[in-house]
Design a protein around this ligand. Structure first.
Ligand code: 9WN
Length: 447
């Protein structure tokens, strides 16, 4: 295998075996829990990452992961962010906390009321492309295509209140990067909040210094309370949600997923004009609303405040994954940001790629969740993006740092960028799955 992965003590075979053990240990027979203690349900984008890794070793289980997630799809097309297949656990929020109307949700499966980054169509395309049996792959594509299309259509209608071609999230959890400082201003704008009564469960398993602050949790719960009052009605939410952010990260993943969905549609002989329209509008939206020429960065746009949220986080690099940045924008993102030790590159107090918030930001905290730690999901997305733009060296560095962290520290939820210390939940599924992808992807290509 090419790619130059070398970590002393741990052989490649041993690392593969360890990754498979994590994924097998977290498997319920129907889906894979992100981590046994902290996250004992099915999460939306976790399952997409898990399928991306599993496709190399167990395509049948990868397809099952996708199918099980889609069982939770709402009548509206929305695919929720948590599916509580096994009912209540020690995880908070419990299924009851969402107070969902039985009309909206599928029969017999409790879900959350929010969605998450729509990576699933990308996972399905990758899965089909690595499938050895073409007929099997195409029949799976035909089965899930209408469901993926319905989800994307829901996003482009219910979540695009101003017709800008960009989709808005209504809660930081929808971006999957919960306490990222890019949401701080919008959360502060909520003023004094009145969350419904709640008790956090996360702090009993993970050190408080590695989790979001109480201030953020109050606002996360307050927003859920507001949407409960609106009975999770899309129209009411579109008109009155107090948090409406066109997030660069969410929109990048959606843009790429639209591109992948269009490709699936073409192969199935479907008319893909609607998807073309989303891509065209998305390209305009990124350029006109999210790009900041002065800073050379993509910033989120707060629809309620009517302005960009000018925070330097690594999610500004995600348009590379989408392929929506032009060469000039990509050059500025990489040269002036990623490669700069004062922002993201090793040196200046950090050793490992990729700090989730710029080290130069006043909000950088190396162990607090999405405020600085390295996440293998983010590393994977950005390195795949760099490959698209021919940035092989930077992609190679992200790849070898990711493998080194997994080999030295293990498959944990996130890592301190200064020294690779384990943070968050242990035995974390997407960390294991993405290491499988990094180790086995090139082999598939070479086969
Ligand atoms: C809330 C499961 C999920 C990930 C998210 C991550 C974290 C949940 C939490 O865990 O969020 O959805 O309780 O903190 O931020 O990206 O999908 O792994």
């Amino acid at each position: 295998m090419s790619g130059g992965y070398e970590v002393d003590q741990v052989s490649r075979e041993e690392l593969l075996a360890r990754a498979r053990r994590v994924l097998d240990g977290n498997y319920t027979g129907e889906f894979t829990k992100p981590s046994l203690g902290q996250y004992p349900h099915q999460w939306n984008w976790d399952s997409a990452f898990i399928a991306i890794g599993l496709r190399h070793v167990d395509a049948k289980r990868a397809r099952q992961e996708v199918r099980t997630l889609l069982k939770g799809q709402w009548r509206s097309g929305m695919v929720p962010h948590i599916l509580y297949h096994e009912g209540t656990s020690n995880y908070f929020p419990t299924p009851e906390f969402w107070r969902l109307d039985d009309e909206a949700v599928p029969l017999g499966i409790a879900t959350s009321g929010l969605t998450q980054p729509p990576l699933l169509a990308t996972a399905v395309r990758l899965l089909i492309e690595s499938e050895t049996d073409d007929a099997e792959g195409m029949s799976f594509a035909a089965e899930v295509y209408p469901k993926l299309l319905a989800w994307h259509r829901w996003l482009h209608t219910s979540r695009d209140p101003d017709g800008s071609g960009l989709v808005a999230i209504i809660h930081p959890w929808e971006a999957g990067t919960d306490n990222s400082p890019r949401f701080s201003e919008s959360l502060a704008a909520l003023g004094d909040v009145s969350p419904p009564a709640y008790a956090r469960a996360d702090l009993s398993l993970v050190d408080e210094g590695e989790r979001p602050l109480g201030y953020d949790y109050d606002r996360f719960m307050h927003l859920i309370g507001v949407y409960r009052e609106m009975r999770w009605d899309d129209q009411a939410i579109g008109e009155k949600a107090p948090f409406m952010v066109q997030d660069v990260f969410f929109n990048s993943i959606l843009y790429r997923a639209n591109d992948d969905l269009r490709e699936l549609g073409r192969r199935l002989g479907e008319d893909t004009a609607e998807i073309e329209g989303w891509l065209e509008a998305g390209t305009r939206g990124f350029r006109e609303r999210l790009w900041n020429e002065q800073d050379g960065l993509f910033y989120d746009f707060d629809l309620r405040a009517g302005r960009q949220l000018q925070e330097a986080t690594a999610m500004t690099l995600s348009p590379l994954f989408a392929g929506v940045a032009d060469e000039r924008e990509a050059g500025r993102l990489v040269r002036d940001n990623l490669l700069q030790p004062k922002h993201y590159w090793p040196g200046h107090s950090s050793r490992f790629l990729l700090p989730s918030t710029a080290k130069s930001s006043q909000h950088f905290e190396p162990r607090r969740y999405w405020r600085g730690p390295v996440w293998l999901s983010l590393n994977w997305l950005i390195l795949r993006g760099l490959e698209r733009y021919g940035q092989r060296e930077a992609a190679g560095a992200l790849r070898s740092h990711s493998l080194e962290l997994a080999a030295r520290t293990g498959f944990v939820e996130y890592y301190d960028p200064r020294d690779g210390t384990a943070c968050g939940a242990p035995g974390f599924s997407w960390s294991a799955a993405l290491v499988l992808d990094l180790l086995l992807d090139e082999e598939d290509d070479e086969a």
